[in-house]
Design a protein around this ligand. Structure first.
Ligand code: PGA
Length: 242
């Protein structure tokens, strides 16, 4: 099971300080049951001690190699800063920064070249779900990734994050999430790929979500900013041990 905390544009050196010790200890304790990851804003990445046991991740990665791309962060720098993971295609990047699925695929490809594991985020809006377009939206989001990465998709993690559940307190029901996860697994035809659910995961709903057959963990936003909540969610992941 994977439990990854996405701090989004939150956090500070103080918060990092508060998390590092407890999370290192927790990862040590749960090492055989859960992979814990923290995905802070890029500016905090270099501040984590090299020996923290949990995985570090970036919230985004450039699709280009090092060069004249002001504001971007290259996969090679992320690697040098100790990252193991890179989120690509988070819905906030797609919506606020106009990232297309083709660009998301290019970013995933660049991350893989540096041996970072891309966490490819997918998900439909409420309007798309209501209109019955969920499968088409997910198909369109997956297609460039499948085309560009082909067999390398086996080295990625996929996070299903219904946009309507992100930061809204409105979680997909375990059945809704399982239905989509099973569909994604079938669609990509790679049974070993970890499929994470994201969208208002909290200590109160984590057990039920993580118990679903095709859910291999969670991508946690708001609740990952509080060490106690995040620890409870990590423990819920460890209880499933799959
Ligand atoms: P949330 O965010 O847990 O605050 O809903 C999840 C995410 O966007 O990764």
């Amino acid at each position: 099971m994977y439990v990854l905390g996405n701090w989004k544009m939150n956090g500070s050196p103080e918060l990092l300080e508060r998390f590092t010790g407890p999370l290192t200890a927790l990862q040590g304790e749960l090492s055989s049951q859960a992979h814990i990851g923290l995905i802070p804003p890029a500016g905090l990445l270099g501040k984590f001690p090299p020996n923290c046991e949990f995985m570090l991740g970036a919230q985004d990665v450039s699709e280009y190699e090092d060069g004249a791309d002001t504001g971007d962060t290259s996969a090679s720098l992320l690697k040098a800063l100790g990252c193991k993971l890179a989120l690509v295609g988070h819905s906030e990047r797609r919506q606020l920064f106009g990232e297309s699925s083709a660009r998301v695929a290019a970013k995933a490809s660049r991350a893989l070249k540096q041996k970072l594991t891309p966490v490819i985020c997918l998900g439909e809006t409420w309007e798309q779900r209501e209109a019955g377009d969920t499968w088409q939206v997910l198909t369109d989001q997956l297609a460039p990734v499948q085309q560009q990465l082909q067999g390398e998709l086996a080295r990625c993690i996929i996070a299903y994050e219904p946009v309507w559940a992100i930061g809204t307190g409105k979680t997909a029901s375990p059945e809704q999430a399982q239905e989509v996860h099973a569909w994604i697994r079938e669609k990509i035809g790679l049974h070993q790929v970890a499929l994470l659910y994201g969208g208002s995961v909290k200590p109160e709903n984590a057990d039920e979500l993580f118990a679903q057959k095709d859910i291999n963990g969670g991508l946690i936003g708001g609740a990952s900013l509080d060490i106690e909540s995040f620890e409870k969610i990590c423990r819920a992941g460890a209880r499933q041990n799959k």
